[in-house]
Design a protein around this ligand. Sequence first.
Ligand SMILES: [Zn+2]
Length: 74
Amino acid sequence: MDERREATDDAQPPRLPLAAAGSRLSPVQEAYAAYTEHAIACDDCRNPGLSCEAAGVLWRAYMAIANQAAQKMG
Ligand SMILES: [Zn+2]
């Protein structure tokens, strides 16, 4: 079912309509995963009350994408 093509795929974009790439996470999920993965790995972010600049950027990116998705869903 889950065939993986190892061929060169940089020449041919995926022929999906608007979704990202096939069975991957949605943009919202990817943005949230990027934030949580950073927060888990970052010493500052693991410290309650502290967060770093990168976390703020990732969080705002997630919120922006989530808001866009929410508006599209109505
Ligand atoms: Zn951090």
